[in-house]
Design a protein around this ligand. Structure first.
Ligand SMILES: [Zn+2]
Ligand SMILES: [Zn+2]
Length: 355
């Protein structure tokens, strides 16, 4: 059975970027980018407590004020994630207003910033302190929370209410831009026969074993009766694990080998890949100058990460007479490249060599 997700591009395929993702199992929603969001209802906005920002160019961030306006009525805790500079940008927005009439403890905004080396720092801004920057407490996440990949190209940012989690990498767009993916919750299946054949009796240790594997604590021992097992030794014998990348979000990205390598670290095998393609294939010089992708380049990236579906968006207004032609072009390239996996790297290099 597939993992259900309700996804919409708030402004369609052009204009400001904002991807609204609703998780039916938990009722939680998140936003990837917060450009103009007035097409969302207040109810939809209030479901969102976590916002993943690619970068703070105005077409990706101007919805912050509307989002804040809706949430300030109810208060609570919100978290923003983003690339280098996000703490300063969020604090600057908040400090643009006067906050003297809020009840104590009304609104807390956490900001998690991804540094160039993919380490994370967290600032907590409180309405009680008028969101003053001097009161920011920076907190480094523990290495266990970061779960960096061996190549350190990606970082785990957040676990969502239903156990799905969000990972990020940084790409170059003449500034660092965060790209994101969502991994479905890890599901464990216990092989009862294998448990019996090892002479073990099911018990609370199974839950502990699952927790250790889910949290990457393979070296943690598990006591079963008199015997101690290493989680990483026992798990492969009795547990099968399933989890998959269900969503990718990439916007404002130069077409380069370095960027594609970074994207692979969070996107391999992704089911639904939302990727900007500001320009049509014939306008690749323009795309290169503006550090954006074309339809063809988005399709090349989608094929190289073995995406199952590609959704292109953030089309330039120069195509406003016919956005569907942009979509058709991207899909034509994508279906062509999907069947040519072995040649993708040569095609990518060919495309880059034209600049
Ligand atoms: Zn940009
Ligand atoms: Zn943009």
């Amino acid at each position: 059975m597939g993992y259900p997700l309700d996804v919409k591009l708030v402004n369609g395929v052009s204009g400001d970027t904002a991807l609204y993702v609703f998780f039916p199992r938990s009722g939680e929603a998140v936003l990837f980018d917060i450009g103009e969001i007035r097409k969302l209802s207040n109810r939809e906005i209030l479901r969102v407590k976590k916002v993943f920002v690619s970068h703070t160019h105005i077409d990706h961030f101007i919805g912050f004020d509307h989002f804040l306006r809706i949430h300030v009525a109810v208060g609570g805790e919100l978290t923003f994630y983003g690339p280098p500079g996000i703490i300063k940008n969020v604090a600057g927005k908040l400090q643009g207003y006067l906050w003297n009439l809020l009840q104590p403890g009304h609104l807390t905004i956490s900001v998690v910033e991804i540094a160039e080396d993919l380490s994370l720092s967290k600032a907590v801004l409180r309405s009680d302190d008028s969101f003053e920057e001097c009161k920011i407490a920076e907190i480094s996440f523990s290495p266990e929370d970061q779960r960096q990949s061996p190549a350190k190209k990606c970082v785990r940012l957040s676990t969502l209410d239903d156990g799905a989690y969000v990972e990020a990498t940084l790409v170059d767009h003449r500034c660092s831009v965060a790209s994101y993916s969502v991994q479905s919750p890890t599901l464990f299946h216990v092989d009862a026969e294998a448990v019996a054949s090892l002479g073990l009796t099911p018990g609370a240790w199974i839950g502990k074993l699952k927790d250790n594997i889910a949290q990457n604590l393979g070296k943690e021992p598990i006591m079963i009766g008199e015997k101690s097992w290493l989680s990483q030794d026992l798990a492969p014998q009795i547990l099968s694990v399933s989890s998959s990348r269900v969503l990718g979000f990439t916007t404002d990205c130069l077409f380069s080998l370095e960027n594609i390598e970074s994207l692979k670290s969070i996107l391999m095998g992704v089911a639904n890949f939302y990727c900007e393609s500001c320009f049509r294939a014939e306008d690749k010089q323009r795309a290169f100058q503006k550090k954006h992708l074309t339809t063809k380049q988005a399709a090349l990236i989608a094929a190289s990460v073995k995406a199952k579906n590609l959704v292109t968006f953030h089309y330039s207004d120069i195509y406003n007479s016919d956005f569907s032609a942009c979509t058709d072009e991207a899909q034509r390239y994508f279906s062509h490249y999907q069947g040519a996996e072995n040649e993708i790297i040569h095609m990518i290099k060919d495309e880059i060599s034209c600049f």
